[in-house]
Design a protein. Structure first.
Length: 58
């Protein structure tokens, strides 16, 4: 395998791992919110759409 391709693959894997970690951290924070706060977020249509996409519903 060429070094350039190997470096691209490693960089991609690192960026995916970082994105996955960020997503997991954000989900943990959202799950820790009290139900009233989640309801407030659900009032905003954009936030509600995102939250429901990931199974968060009050």
């Amino acid at each position: 395998m060429k070094a350039e391709l190997r470096d691209r693959i490693i960089n991609y894997n690192k960026s995916r791992a970082e994105a996955d970690k960020r997503a997991a951290d954000l989900l943990a924070l959202l799950n820790a919110l009290p139900p009233g706060q989640v309801k407030q977020l659900l009032k905003d249509t954009t936030c509600a759409e995102i939250l429901r996409k990931y199974g968060i519903d009050a």
